[in-house]
Design a protein around this ligand. Structure first.
Ligand code: PEP
Ligand code: MG
Length: 566
């Protein structure tokens, strides 16, 4: 079995069609008639643009407008005035069209590849795709026609470029395996748009897999099985049926409200780490964002992002959400989230140390500039502020005081923001659970962070295998915390969500319905699954389950019971 990156869900079983690079070799030569060489180059560009427009049209019809834009971007790139001027200059100096094109494209490829960012790296792949297509035209070599692939084809290639994808007939191509690419590469995006199972970055795929081989592509787990035995084919065919059935079922929940079986409505939000995730959240049919983990904006860089940079990111997310709720959590660093340039001291016990709101309240300039950035973004949507790791009422008061100071400064500077912005608390510590009745009086909303709440309630680090058996949100103590937090919020009439992983757990959902949660915040791929699970329960059924669950003394009994009813 070969392993790669699971890039497009589903299972494909079929016969291999290998797409090997056609030879684009040539001998560079000097030209004397530079005018006709320039003409030859321009004709090739024209042909490239014509072909690409056709491919984009077919992608638009077969896949979608967004995917077609990738190819339209190729036309814009090659028509870029700087790029074309540089290539033409070389031709005018007497270098042949092939060598001139290659030299300038390679310069861009090297430049883009050197940047440590997936989006820019993808541009390098785009330029390579453009270069090869135009070289092919100049040299008069034909590419292998994917459009002729017979039924049940699994494509094996170094990479699947957007121009190749345009030719894919999704009735015939049942799987894609590539040697390069990541979750965010065009190969992955297009495979997902075409709904073809894909495993990318499979080392030596082209040398280990032979044309005509039968292969299984498990795009959900990143597995590739070459020449499977009969039992494996049966096993994976069953899995494929199940996957397709579940997918059809889930699609019925797209565009629908999130309601329980007796019509109680819930909010179903997503967790995000950057503005691009907000787009994914909307594509996944999320109804808002229940947790924007802003620390990701601070990672993978050498300095603190400025107020303006942060403002742009929050604003972008708010614009994508078009007025839907956007809960922005202030910086949650420390513990397992390190940011080297902040120079945090090494601590004996980082999870109980100087982190999150504790760090922010001691670094007021940084904190206030983040709060101002969030406030400024609130002029563009329903933006809310949430403080992480609250353990004492004073922390909430201090944080709110800073919000008021930031508001006053913005008012003086005549900058717009939402005067009534909601300020909430992430209830994720045992302390917050115990004083939830006090916090609820001063917070505008709660969001339960079960990832940390479980750890802090059980005093068990999930990363420590010796105590991992204790780390479960179904421990009676954690469930009592969750129930209490929800009840305290209800008592004070404030909304209460859950943004920890447990919110998407099918066994947790009836309990949350019974306790009275108002909002679920989950990863984008879980949205439809959670909506389906919520729709299964009436309040009465959920109450019955919760009552039984809360009568058990151990996690094992609780989980065993839930398995029988969910
Ligand atoms: C949590 O603690 O449950 C949570 C959602 O926050 P994070 O995972 O970012 O700590
Ligand atoms: Mg947390």
């Amino acid at each position: 079995m070969l392993k790669g990156i699971a890039a497009s869900e589903g299972i494909g079983i079929g016969n291999v069609l290998k797409i090997e690079d056609v030879s684009l070799e040539y001998t560079p030569k000097t030209v004397t008639d530079t005018e006709s060489e320039l003409k030859r180059y321009k004709e090739a560009i024209e042909k490239f643009c014509e072909q690409t427009t056709k491919q984009a049209d077919s992608l638009r019809k077969g896949v979608g407008a967004k995917e077609a834009e990738i190819l339209e971007g190729h036309i814009q790139m090659i028509k870029d005035p700087y790029m074309s001027a540089e290539i033409e200059k070389l031709i005018q100096s007497g270098q042949c069209a092939e060598a001139s094109l290659e030299q300038i494209c390679n310069m861009f490829i090297d430049m883009f590849s050197a940047v440590d960012d997936d989006v820019t790296k993808q541009r390098a792949a785009d330029v390579k795709d453009i270069k090869n297509a135009i070289l092919g035209i100049l040299l008069g070599v034909e590419e292998v026609k994917i459009s002729d692939a017979p039924a049940n084809t699994v494509i094996v290639a170094k990479e699947v470029t957007p121009s190749m994808t345009a030719g894919i007939n999704k009735e015939n191509v049942v799987g894609i395996i590539t040697e390069t690419g990541s979750q965010t590469s065009h190969s992955a995006i297009l495979a997902r748009a075409l709904e073809i199972p894909a495993v990318l970055s499979v080392e030596n795929a082209l040398t280990s897999i032979f044309a005509g081989d039968t292969v299984i592509v498990d795009g959900s787990n990143g597995d590739v099985i070459i020449s499977p035995i009969k039992e494996q084919i049966k096993e994976y065919s069953d899995k494929r049926e199940e996957f397709l059935k579940e997918k059809r079922e889930l699609e019925k929940f797209r565009g629908k409200p999130t309601v329980s079986a007796d019509g109680e409505e819930y909010e179903l939000f997503c967790n995000i780490g950057n503005p691009k995730d907000a787009v994914k959240a909307m594509e996944a049919d999320g109804e808002g964002v229940g947790l924007f983990r802003t620390e990701f904006l601070f990672m993978d860089r050498d300095s603190i992002p400025s107020e303006d940079e942060q403002f742009e990111a929050y604003k972008q997310a708010a614009i994508v959400l078009k007025g839907k709720g956007l809960i922005v959590r202030t910086l949650d660093i420390g513990g397992d989230k390190e940011i080297a340039y902040l120079g945090l001291e090494k601590e004996e016990n980082p999870f109980m140390g100087f982190r999150a709101i504790r760090y922010c309240l001691k670094n007021r300039d940084l904190f206030k500039s983040q709060i101002k950035a969030i406030l400024r973004a609130s002029a563009f949507g329903d933006v809310r502020i949430m403080f992480p790791l609250i353990t004492a009422v004073e922390e909430l008061r201090e944080g709110k005081k800073l919000v008021e100071e930031a508001k006053a400064e913005l008012r003086t500077a005549n900058i717009d923001f939402d005067e009534n912005i909601k300020v909430g608390v992430m209830t994720e510590t045992a302390a917050a659970g115990v004083i939830a009745h006090l916090l609820a009086k001063e917070a505008d909303f709660f969001s339960i962070g079960t990832n940390d709440l479980t750890g802090y309630t059980m005093a068990a680090d999930r990363g420590n295998s010796n105590v991992a058996y204790l780390y479960s949100p179904f421990q009676p103590s954690v469930l009592m915390m969750i129930k209490r937090i929800i009840e305290c919020a209800k008592q004070e009439g404030i909304p209460v969500g859950m943004c920890g992983e447990a919110a998407a757990n099918p066994m947790m959902i009836p309990l949350l319905i019974s306790f009275g949660l108002t909002e679920f915040s989950v990863s984008a791929p879980s949205v439809l699954k959670v909506r389906k699970n919520v729709s299964k329960w009436t309040k009465k059924q959920a109450d019955e389950i919760a009552e039984n669950v809360m009568s058990f003394a151990t996690e094992q009994e609780i989980v065993e019971y839930l398995k029988t009813v969910v």
